[in-house]
Design a protein around this ligand. Structure first.
Ligand SMILES: Cc1cc2nc3c(=O)[nH]c(=O)nc-3n(C[C@H](O)[C@H](O)[C@H](O)COP(=O)(O)OP(=O)(O)OC[C@H]3O[C@@H](n4cnc5c(N)ncnc54)[C@H](O)[C@@H]3O)c2cc1C
Length: 384
């Protein structure tokens, strides 16, 4: 892989930088972490700005409404937006980073036309209804049932840890459509409207105090059969596509953010005297090497996924595994650099630190990523 940039790519970077410098000052103030409707409006507003400027779905295929940009341009976009302190993808996370790409890869032309443009235009928010109380790591154990009634599925069951459920319009929902089939074979992937009768969302408070996710109860919810992506009972295969986007590409922009935080920590340590401690310098240096390596791995994974048809491979698990631990180590190091001053850094900082703990669980725990790396990349035998 060639990691040097062409003059066209540098020109793309320069244009983007100029646009960011012009647009970012016009953004409204960021809403408080607890103001979910405010956060939804803010995140969608930013998405609309990106759309109007031709930066929405930069790396999505053109026939899915995207810009068909090269993987390198996409990475330049992530780098520059993070460096400029542009808003994070936020409430648009599921729609832009994994439900949308799944529909682009697996949906019919009608499904793509219905669901992709509103995601890109910043009009609709998606959430992910995969996990259930007894189906997390063992996702195929899910029990939410769907049975056919005319042109609809009737869905009953419950989901848990559904991020952004409170403000979502659509849910990428996994349901069991054949209770008699082996567990991986009786699942279907549905797009469920969150305002359908029978959907109840009950917010859950996190360790950090915010109601970031929710339990979702489904009581005979009618979902049109036309909302099924992929064939009936072939949902496990579609799910693997969703998860490979989630693990493979969804977190990559955050690596740049972590590098920015690391730079800030080094500057603070120089000012407050902590830099004199060689153990701390070594710790920050190791993290710097780690994030640089992760960025290179990202470049490799993204360009490899383009070569193999746009769906990221199991290499995303290597990234997810290392990134989620490095993020925790970064916020541990931050606590050491800041010492008691950390308490004066405000709620956002505390939320970032506490939420870093969740990264080794969300999108599949580290143990599960280890299993995937062992079985699918190293070819080791299954443990059980
Ligand atoms: C911040 C956050 C946001 C989330 N958002 C969403 C969302 O929007 N939508 C959604 O559907 N889900 C979401 N989740 C749920 C997440 O996907 C699950 O928590 C995760 O898959 C783990 O499942 P579990 O919690 O049921 O743990 P379990 O599966 O019960 O695992 C418990 C422990 O056992 C280990 N373990 C289990 N099986 C094995 C095995 N075979 N080999 C080795 N170790 C094993 C696990 O690694 C873990 O340490 C979110 C979670 C978090 C933390």
């Amino acid at each position: 892989m060639d990691l040097t940039h062409t003059p066209e790519e540098e020109e793309f970077r320069a244009r983007l930088r100029e646009w960011l410098a012009k647009m970012l000052p016009s953004l409204p103030a960021k809403p408080s972490p607890d103001d979910w409707p405010g956060r939804r409006a803010y995140d969608l507003g930013w998405q609309r700005m990106l759309h109007d400027a031709g930066y929405a779905g930069l790396h999505w295929p053109v026939d899915a409404g995207g810009q068909g940009a090269t993987p390198t341009q996409h990475l330049i976009f992530l780098e520059e937006t993070e460096k400029a302190g542009a808003p994070y993808v936020g409430a648009n996370f599921v729609g832009l980073l994994h439900a949308g790409p799944t529909i682009a890869a697996e949906g019919t032309p009608e499904q793509r036309a219905r669901w992709l443009p509103p995601v890109l235009r910043g009009e609709e928010v998606w959430c992910q209804g995969f996990s259930e109380p007894d189906a997390g790591s063992d996702l195929a154990a899910l029990r939410t049932r769907a049975w056919r009634d005319g042109d609809d599925y009737v869905v009953s069951g419950s989901k848990i840890w559904t991020s952004h459920a409170e403000v979502a319009d659509w849910c990428e929902l996994l349901v069991r459509t054949d209770a008699t089939a082996p567990k991986h074979r009786g699942i279907s992937w549905l797009a469920m409207p969150m305002d359908a009768p029978g959907v109840t969302v009950r917010p859950l408070r996190t360790l950090a105090g915010s109601a970031e996710f929710a339990e979702v109860f489904l009581d005979e919810v009618r979902v049109p059969v036309a909302n099924r992506v992929g064939a009936e009972n072939d949902g496990w295969r579609v799910t693997m596509v969703t998860l490979s986007f989630e693990r493979g590409t969804a977190f990559v922009g955050e690596v740049v953010a972590c590098r920015r935080v690391l730079g800030e920590l080094a500057r603070t340590a120089r000012k407050n005297g902590r830099w004199d401690d060689p153990a701390l310098r070594r710790r920050l240096g190791t993290l710097n090497a780690e994030f640089r390596t992760l960025w290179r791995l990202t470049q490799w994974n993204v360009s490899e996924s383009e070569r193999t048809g746009g769906v990221p491979g199991a290499g995303g698990s290597v990234f997810k595994l290392r990134y989620s631990h490095a993020r925790q180590e970064l916020y541990d190091a931050a606590a050491e650099v800041l010492g008691p001053d950390a308490l004066d850094q405000g709620r956002e900082w505390t939320l970032d630190r506490l939420s870093s703990l969740s990264y080794t669980i969300a999108a599949g725990t580290s143990q599960i990523q280890h299993n995937i790396v062992a079985e699918r990349i190293l070819g080791l035998p299954k443990g059980r």
